[in-house]
Structure formats: C-alpha cells, structure tokens
Design a protein around this ligand. Structure first.
Ligand code: 2NL
Length: 346
C-alpha cells in the first residue's frame, strides 16, 4: 500500500510537469497514462493486492490520478490546436512555392493521339473494345478459323477458366464488334493494347500498341486506301515523305499490301535504320476480305472496304528514334521527360 501511494505521488508530479508541444506529444501522453496498457490501467489492476480495509483509500487516490491525467490530456490537446493555428499564421506567403511535378505524356500516347487526330480529320471516328476477347471476334470472324496457319504467328495468352477467352492479338476485334452492331458506312479508327506470346527483347515484347482503321461503304477502292494512307504519313512525318506498296498476305484482306515510307533518317540514300534500302516498312493494309464482310451480314456484292494496321511503337521509333522497345514500359523518367516539349496536334 505504501508503495502504491508513493508511485501515485510520483506519477502525479510527472503529469503536472509534462510539457506538450504538438498533437503528437498529446497522443503520446494519452497512450502512456490513459491507454489500455497505460499507467492508470496498470495501477487499477494492482488494486486486487491491496488489503480490503485500504481498498477505499487506494480507490480514491487512483481515481484522483486518473482525473488529473484526463484533465492534463485535454489541456495538451487544446494547446496543440492553438499551436497549429499559430504556426499557420507564421507562414511567409512571399516565399516561392514548392515545385509541382505534373509529369509528361507518354511517347506512345503522344503518337497515338496524333494518329487518331489525323484520321478524325478524314472522318474516322474512335472505337474501343475489350482487351480480353473471345475466339470469334479475335480470330474466326477475321477469316482465321481454328487450325489456320496464320494463328501460329499470333500466339497469345488464354484465360485458364475459359479456353474460348484470350488476350486480343490485334484491335481487329474492335472492328468486328462495330460491324456486328452497325451497318455501312463504317469509318473507324481503333487504337489499343494487344498481346502476343513472345520472349521479351529489344525488338519484341509480350504486349504492344496498335492502331487499326476500317472503311466500309459502297464503291470504296484501293485508290481510296492509297490516298488515305498517303495523307496520313504526310501529316505524321512531313510533306516530303514518299510511299511504296509491296504485295503481301493477311487472312482478313484480299488483296493485301505492306506500305513503306522513304527513310526519314537518311532521306533515302541508305543507312542502318533502313538497312541501306532507303525504305522502311510502317504498316499493313488491304481490301477487306469478302468472307469477313459476310461474317457480319454485310453483302460483299454491294459493299467494299479497306483496312490497315500499324504498331504505335514502330511509328514512335521512326518519329523519335527510340531504339529499344523495353524503354516504353520501364517507366524511366530520364527517358519519359525527353518528350516534355512535344506539341500535341489537335
Ligand atoms: C499489321 C497489319 C492489318 C488489318 C490490319 C483489318 C481489320 C478488319 C478487316 C480487315 Cl475488321 N482487316 N485489319 C488489315 C490489314 C493489315 O494489320 O501489320 N499490323 C500491325
């Protein structure tokens, strides 16, 4: 009992002399004296060792200690709020503010926005769709039935729970979804992330970004395709750019062609970028295959269309000379902030 009396006395002095400065010290005080494992609670537990004739006296003492602690806590809290208000008033508003780092647009976004904007001006509207697709929209409706050899080059990731679901390998699936709902005329531009099962290196990644375009109407010809894509590269790379088409094969177009532009680095005289040919490949294109139109109940005897697809990384590489694909997804600010000065095309 004597011991308890002494302890209470010491704690009372400690409480009285406690000096608080801010909200943190008030909270530290509360935890030390009034918390669930605090001094007051601990002492209360000691009551069971106090002989019964002294219990009343001890109880009064401990209650007194508790009240003193509670009162002090309230005072500390009040002091801390008025301190805070005072320190707010001491702010020197004439000092320069903190720099706000707002970041920069990602180079792939800059290039995508530019591509979309150019096609918008030609009357193409933006269309988007899901990255997780079903077999029909990604492959079968695009004239690539099961076991078609072209599927080999577009190996992708499948959803374990449902083998019909996969990560789209191109944004043609978005165009499929538009043709499903909308009748011609259709004039759309479809940017987005696509996936391939590839080993990651400087030249390949398991995902990349693509823009595809589709134009279906009566009397759409290969001449329209050529003129549209020529306009596009001139707006993208400048009026001096030249183009050439090489015959190619895609399951969803017939005829198909790949388009090259004159090398922007050497102007056509030959360098590493163009492998000394003076030309660089930038996109694939063709007239929409009649089977694709039929898959969406569009009569190929009435309607024709052209379509094209390009990798945004590739366009970005040519426009800004990015030489390693991995830079796009490493988020290194030393790379990203180099694009801070790019003026967007509206
Ligand atoms: C490439 C080649 C291409 C298409 C994409 C397409 C879409 C529909 C119908 C027919 Cl809905 N074709 N898209 C056509 C030709 C080429 O992309 O090298 N892409 C990166």
């Amino acid at each position: 009992m004597e011991e308890l009396l002494q302890q209470v006395d010491l704690y009372k002095k400690e409480i009285e002399n406690f000096i608080g400065e801010n909200g943190d010290t008030a909270e530290a005080f509360r935890i030390k004296f009034l918390g669930t494992k605090g001094i007051v609670k601990n002492l209360m537990q000691e009551m069971k060792n106090v002989p019964s004739e002294k219990k009343k006296e001890a109880g009064l003492l401990l209650n007194d200690l508790k009240q003193t602690a509670e009162l002090k806590y309230e005072t500390l809290k009040q002091q801390s709020t008025s301190n805070n208000q005072q320190s707010n008033m001491n702010v020197d508003y004439t000092l320069p503010g903190d720099e706000i780092n707002i970041g920069t647009r990602h180079p792939l976004s800059l290039v995508r926005n530019r591509i979309v904007s150019i096609f918008n001006r030609l009357g193409f509207t933006l269309a988007e769709g899901p990255e997780i697709e079903d077999d029909w929209h990604n492959f079968t409706s695009m004239n690539m039935p099961e076991n078609h050899p072209a599927r080999d080059m577009q190996d992708t990731f499948y959803v374990h729970q449902n083998p019909d679901w996969l990560l789209r390998t191109h944004t043609s699936s978005v165009q499929a979804r538009v043709m499903e709902k909308q009748k011609p005329p259709i004039r759309i531009i479809c940017p987005g992330r696509v996936y391939r099962n590839e080993t990651i290196s400087a030249r390949a990644h398991c995902f990349f970004h693509q823009v595809e375009g589709l134009y279906v109407d009566e009397n759409v010809s290969f001449a329209d395709l050529k003129q549209t894509l020529y306009f596009f590269v001139q707006e993208m790379f400048g009026k001096d750019v030249r183009i050439r088409f090489r015959p190619s094969y895609f399951p969803f177009t017939e005829p198909s062609a790949e388009m090259d532009i004159s090398c922007l680095i050497c102007g056509g005289s030959g360098c590493n970028v163009c492998k000394h040919t003076g030309w660089v490949e930038i996109l694939g294109s063709g007239m929409v295959h009649p089977n694709v139109l039929k898959n969406f109940d569009i009569d190929p005897e009435v309607y024709t269309g052209f379509a094209f697809g390009m990798g945004i990384e590739r366009i970005c590489q040519l426009k800004y000379r990015v030489n390693d694909l991995r830079l796009y997804s490493q988020n290194d600010v030393r790379f990203l902030k180099q694009f801070a000065g790019v003026v967007p095309l509206v």
